[in-house]
Design a protein around this ligand. Structure first.
Ligand SMILES: *Cc1c(COP(=O)(O)O)cnc(C)c1O
Length: 368
């Protein structure tokens, strides 16, 4: 697919141009409403997720925002899982504080939580396939079943599990991704996408997205298309290496607990086996026996792995949330979010697993 960088498209007929204004599937005329390279990405990810259409956005948060602001109004109620991506959680807080949207948070361990929280005003159920950083896995078929027939739409953030899980097959109505992560895959793109099971819902969100202006830039879409071509190979290798690292960590005396859905002692291991039969993705976390200091020292002692945010990159990354992204939180609030003071998150890249393990082992030795 070439890069169509142009933002305007000209017409012979005024009627043809007028018709182009009507929706996401019409002729290209102005790139905020659609662009050939961006649409090519939208079609590819629609196929990957098995949807009816997609909306590519400027970032993952752009997709989350377009979906939430496009479908909710003041007085509406949302049921969301507690372990959410930080930016999504902040947006829900904002929607509650400033826009009068009620949000009920659930642990997402039991679909009965949804039935208890449902109200006549409930519009959306918001879930994540695998949540950060402790890799909680949500039983998507059971949760979408809990709202079947109520008119509530289920939104699933599938950023951690592209290809490994296809939420629409499990009853989801909308899937969002930060394409910044696995879809582009090389740490050189900011982007997002929302995939819709239903054309009308796609149309409603698109109408809001063109007002919001959070649309994908053609160059970012083109880079993401290039990334998509290798995604199956990357995700397979990253899942295999993450499982290898998780097993070795679980057997190491300096790691107290390892969080990875592919391990037999994971709290949702049975769900993961059903939902993620081909692998559990590249993200794992562990609790160093030395607690907070050990987590921080480990994150600075790695050499092959880089200390930095993000995930899904070809390069492996480490984060110690308590001393970085979550530094404002005390031990109690961290615990409420399921994060330990020492918790270390790893996003496994494409390096050789033996090289990764050698790096992890030397960093564990320094942090013990
Ligand atoms: C990174 C991320 C986002 C936000 O994506 P951006 O591209 O940074 O805007 C949303 N959800 C999850 C699960 C993420 O990891």
């Amino acid at each position: 697919m070439p890069l169509y960088q142009g933002h305007l498209f000209s017409f012979e007929s005024a009627d043809d141009l007028a018709a182009a204004f009507h929706g996401p599937d019409e002729a290209f005329f102005y790139a905020r409403m659609g662009n050939p390279t961006v649409r090519s990405l939208e079609r590819a990810v629609t196929d990957v997720e098995g949807g009816a259409g997609a909306l590519a956005t400027a970032s993952g948060m752009g997709a989350v925002n377009a979906v939430l602001m496009g479908l909710l109004r003041s007085g509406d109620h949302v049921i969301a899982q507690t372990a959410l991506y930080g930016g999504t959680y902040a947006l829900f807080q904002d929607l509650a504080d400033r826009w009068g949207v009620d949000v009920t948070y659930i642990a997402a361990d039991d679909p009965a939580e949804v039935r208890d929280a449902l109200r006549p005003t409930t519009r959306l159920l918001y879930l994540e396939t695998i949540a950060n950083p402790t890799t909680h896995v949500t039983d998507l078929p059971a949760f979408t079943e809990a709202v079947r027939g109520t008119g509530v739409l289920t939104v699933v953030d599938n950023t951690f599990a592209p290809l490994l899980c296809r939420p629409i097959e499990h009853g989801a109505d909308i899937v969002v991704h930060s394409t910044t992560k696995y879809l582009s895959g090389h740490g050189d793109v900011i982007g997002g996408i929302a995939v819709f099971a239903d054309r009308d819902v796609h149309h409603r969100v698109w109408s809001h997205a063109v007002e919001l202006g959070s649309v994908a830039d053609p160059f970012a879409a083109w880079m993401t298309l290039r990334g998509l071509a290798t995604m199956p190979l990357r995700v397979e290798r990253q899942s295999a290496s993450a499982l290898d690292v998780a097993r070795r960590l679980a057997a190491h005396p300096a790691a107290d607990r390892v969080h990875y859905p592919g391990l037999d002692d994971h709290p949702q291991c049975a769900v993961a086996r059903r939902l993620l039969p081909d692998g559990s993705g590249g993200v794992l976390a562990f609790e160093p026996t030395g607690g907070r200091d050990a987590g921080r020292v480990f994150s600075e002692a790695v050499r092959l792995i880089s200390l930095g945010p993000s995930l899904g990159d070809i390069a492996s990354l480490v984060m110690h949330p308590a001393s970085t992204s979550h530094r404002q939180m005390d031990a109690a609030s961290l615990a409420a979010a399921g994060i330990g003071e020492g918790t270390v998150r790893l996003s496994i890249g494409l390096e050789h697993p033996d090289d990764l393990w050698a790096d992890i082992e030397q960093a564990l030795a320094k942090s013990a």
